[in-house]
Design a protein around this ligand. Structure first.
Ligand code: C2E
Ligand code: CA
Ligand code: CA
Length: 858
């Protein structure tokens, strides 16, 4: 079987090795290979018996032919090459017959096809075809030569012609065999042009080769193999030289062509670049002008160099107007610093560009939200780089975002901030206080809850409940300052953040106002509703670190308020609660206390320590509270100061004291020298009509001014010394005496003391209390006494509680003293009876007398 039924393996091999071979071309290929093997085998068989010298010549000739196949002499500017190997194939044909030529032809074709083709199918079939073609040609030529020789046509010229004819014949047969393959593959018939078209020139070269071969053969015949052997290398060298010469020429030509092409390409490229630049510039300007987003070119300081119409309409200003501005000036003042900073960074080459969301002030006054993108820009052809700005209107997006934000952070019913938002704001406030301390910016948080909301909801329905909550939110909001925040935490729970709290009392007062407002009837769903709120309050003074803690405590306080009977407020911290509540109540009551005659004055006698003689009194105010009993001045004086009641209080004491002294002086001429000390506060010193008030009290009582001594604490005096000096001078002029109270506890410098218009120093009772021999306090008291002596000022020791203190003070030479050991502050009646009982001024102190004291005082 010539073509076996394709087995799977054969089929696979065929598919991988001869994928483009159809059935016909496959058959043809195998046939040619088989014939080639036969031709080669037959040739070897024919040469088998030849001597070694012949074999040597065949091998040498074949080798040269194959070598020539490796170095073909390719003709420049053509695809053809000069097959120099043919010369030796024909020489072998002439010398040793068709068998030798067939082997050489096969060898040369093997090398040639190996060089020109990568496919094994070609590499195998080419030498086979060459062998077949040469065997046919050789045998035919031999037959022709034999036939010619028989007819005696055997001259050299005929040999040349015959050789040329058969060389061409060899070429034609070989070409036909070779070109049949692609024709068969494509199922086409063989064309004449296949032979003469592409290989025509090679045919002539074959004829030439044959001629050279004949010449060499003739030389061999005449001169033997030696000359031939000598000529072969020469020829080989000639061919090799030609080969390399042409190759070099080819290479030089290629370089020349390539370089001229490159130059051309470069010029072409440059021209194209310019064209592209121009086009891109045109495109840029067109894009710039027609862009739907705002665009501008800016100098590095923000000056607008160029602006497109879209930007003009975005800011509502004409192009010309824009060119006179800096970009920053188009932006709202709040957004300007951020922009300036970014521009600075880009100009300083720290960034390539930036993106910012900003607000433009549109000429209509409406802010326009824009997303800006600004980057370095060097315009094609422009001399210096600038900035390019792209501006996109994002107002709609921002509005949507704000809407969403509002939805997320506000209560939809009342429009108030919701729990989340409240928490957020409170976090910031808590953090601020944590960082800067409570004193920097104290706050309070209230938790409000309605006492009957569930009842409203259940009896009138949810719509009425909603309506009620909306009205509640209005009432609360109306009573807050702009920086306070009210939020609806859910249901009927509201929270209030009271910021920038000046005093805790302010928050409590706000809570009272809110409770008042919420107690007023509501008109909901045609019904008049009465309700009340319970409020829990907590203060930043408790040192909160998280908003959760604040809300928790306010909530706790609110439950406390509910538990205590609803419709009231409660403070979170119990001690804070009583203190603040007490102060608040007292403040309200103090206003009426003066009118209601609840204030009174008691008098503590002052004695001359050496003689034991009564010198005068200190007037001390008392509040006889109807329910709380007598309240000490330490408890209510600060309230009077804070609530502006101090001036009335002083006037009251001053008038009482002056009238009282005058009364006692009038009782007996021996009392005429008694004096009255009255305490005044810082508020009095600052009061513009203070001297007039004192004068009036003196005049009304008919008291001589030098019987009145005004006491000022050292701290008050020193805090306001500058402002107080003229006033003190006026009082001095009036004839009123001045004393520094609580002397030694403040910071009055001695230099001041000598120049101040002061008559008396009252040693603070804390020094007297610690009088023991050798103590630090004893030294202080002694030096104050000495100071008084040297400056000519009267010294009074306060708070003498023991006989030992009295004794020591007397020994130190302290002229005057007061204290529980000598006499407690007394009501006017007690003083009157004292004075009446003992007309002897130097009588025993009536109260708190001790054996020791009486000894001393007698
Ligand atoms: P102060 O001016 O130092 O008054 C003396 C205070 O010492 C009085 O207290 C008096 O009762 C108390 N005292 C007297 N002897 C002794 C003693 O032996 N031992 C102790 N521990 N205390 C003694 P009071 O009346 O409670 O007054 C307290 C302060 O209130 C006064 O201190 C004074 O600064 C102020 N004050 C009292 N009345 C008035 C007033 O009418 N006007 C003003 N502006 N201040 C007043
Ligand atoms: Ca005093
Ligand atoms: Ca005092």
């Amino acid at each position: 079987m010539l073509t076996p039924r394709p087995q799977p393996l054969a089929a696979r091999m065929h598919a991988s090795l001869m994928p483009d071979y159809n059935r016909k071309s496959t058959v043809y290929w195998w046939t040619m290979v088989a014939l080639g093997v036969l031709a080669t085998g037959h040739s070897i068989h024919l040469l088998w018996a030849q001597p070694a010298s012949v074999w040597l010549q065949v091998v040498v000739g074949m080798s040269i032919a194959m070598l020539a196949g490796i170095f073909p002499v390719r003709i420049p500017d053509s695809k053809n090459s000069f097959a120099a190997g043919e010369i030796f194939i024909f020489l072998l044909l002439l010398m040793h017959g068709p068998a030798a030529a067939t082997l050489a032809a096969a060898g040369e074709a093997a090398v040639g096809s190996y060089r020109t083709s990568k496919r094994w199918t070609s590499r195998i079939v080419s030498p086979a075809m060459a062998a077949v073609a040469m065997l046919i040609t050789g045998l035919s030529m031999q037959a022709t030569m034999d036939w010619l020789a028989l007819r005696k046509f055997d001259n050299a010229g005929l040999l040349v012609v015959t050789s040329m004819v058969f060389a061409v014949a060899y070429f034609v047969i070989n070409t036909v065999l070779v070109t049949t393959v692609p024709r068969l593959k494509r199922n086409e018939r063989l064309q004449l042009s296949d032979i003469f078209g592409m290989f025509g020139w090679v045919g002539i070269a074959y004829a030439g080769s044959a001629t050279v071969a004949v010449l060499l053969y003739l030389t061999f015949l005449q001169s033997g193999i030696g000359v031939l052997m000598a000529m072969v290398p020469l020829l080989a060298m000639l061919l090799a030289t030609l080969h390399y010469f042409f190759r070099q020429q080819e290479a030089a030509e290629a370089v020349r062509r390539a370089s001229s092409e490159a130059g051309e390409r470069e010029r072409e490229l440059a021209a194209r670049h310019v064209r592209e630049l121009e086009a891109s510039e045109r495109r840029f300007h067109s894009a710039f002008t027609h862009a739907s987003i705002g665009m501008a070119l800016l100098s590095f300081d923000g000056g607008i160099l160029q602006a497109n119409p879209a930007l003009s309409s975005l800011v509502g200003r004409s192009g010309d107007e824009l060119l006179q501005q800096r970009f920053q000036d188009l932006v709202l003042a709040e957004d300007r610093p951020g922009l300036e900073e970014q521009l600075g960074l880009v100009s300083g080459h720290e960034f390539e560009g930036f993106a910012l969301e900003l607000r433009f002030s549109h000429s209509s006054g409406e802010p326009v939200w824009v997303a800006t993108h600004c980057s370095f820009f060097s315009e094609p052809g422009a001399s210096s780089p600038c900035l390019i700005l792209q501006v996109q209107d994002i107002t709609a997006r921002r509005k949507a975002e704000e809407g969403l934000h509002h939805l997320a952070f506000h209560d939809s019913l009342t429009g108030l901030p919701n729990r989340r938002r409240f928490h957020e704001i409170l976090s910031q406030v808590v953090q601020h206080v944590n960082e800067h301390g409570d004193a920097a910016d104290p706050y309070a948080v209230m938790f409000l809850d309605f006492d009957r909301f569930k009842l409203i909801n259940d009896s009138l329905g949810h719509n009425a409940g909603d309506e009620f909550l909306v009205q509640v939110s209005h009432r609360i909001r109306e009573r807050l300052r702009p920086h306070d925040v009210v939020a609806r935490l859910g249901g009927d729970e509201f929270a209030v953040l009271v910021r920038h709290l000046d005093h805790e009392r302010s928050a409590v007062q706000l809570a009272e106002r809110l409770m008042d407002a919420l107690r007023q009837p509501f008109h909901v769903a045609g019904t008049e509703l009465m309700t009340s709120a319970s409020i829990g309050i907590t203060f930043s003074a408790l040192g909160y670190t998280t908003p959760e803690d604040v809300l928790r405590d306010a909530d706790t306080a609110m439950y406390k308020a509910k538990g205590a009977g609803k419709a009231r407020y409660a403070l979170f911290d119990a001690s804070l609660h009583t203190e603040v509540a007490q102060r608040l109540r007292l403040e309200g009551e103090l206003r009426h206390a003066i009118d209601k005659g609840q204030l009174s004055v008691v008098y503590q006698p002052l004695y001359e320590l050496v003689s034991g003689r009564l010198h005068g009194f200190e007037a001390l105010v008392r509040w006889r509270h109807p329910s709380d009993g007598t309240i000490s001045p330490a408890a209510f004086l600060p309230i009077a100061e804070e609530s502006g009641l101090m001036v009335r209080l002083t006037d009251f004491v001053m008038h009482c004291a002056c009238r009282q002294l005058r009364e006692w002086q009038d009782m007996d001429p021996r009392h005429a020298a008694l004096t009255m000390n009255v305490n005044v506060s810082g508020h009095d010193l600052a009061h513009p009509a203070f001297v007039a008030r004192v004068t009036r009290a003196l005049v009304e009582a008919g008291l001589k001014p030098h019987h009145l001594c005004i006491e000022l604490t050292e701290n008050i005096l020193m805090a306001r010394l500058e402002a107080a000096l003229p006033l003190l001078d006026e009082l001095r002029l009036l004839g009123v005496a001045l004393a520094i109270d609580d002397f030694g506890t403040g910071y009055s410098s001695l230099s001041h003391l000598s120049s101040l218009p002061i008559d008396c120093l009252k040693i603070d009772r804390s020094f007297v209390a610690h009088l023991e021999v050798g103590s630090k306090e004893a030294a202080v008291v002694r030096s104050i006494v000495l100071l008084g002596q040297s400056l000519g000022k009267v010294v009074v020791a306060e708070g003498i509680e023991t006989a030992s203190q009295l004794e020591q003070l007397g020994a130190m030479g302290c002229p005057l003293g007061q204290g529980f050991h000598l006499a407690v502050p007394m009501s006017p009646q007690d003083v009157s009876s004292l004075l009446g009982r003992s007309l002897q001024i130097s009588g025993l102190p009536p109260v708190a007398s001790t054996a020791h004291a009486s000894e001393l005082l007698h």
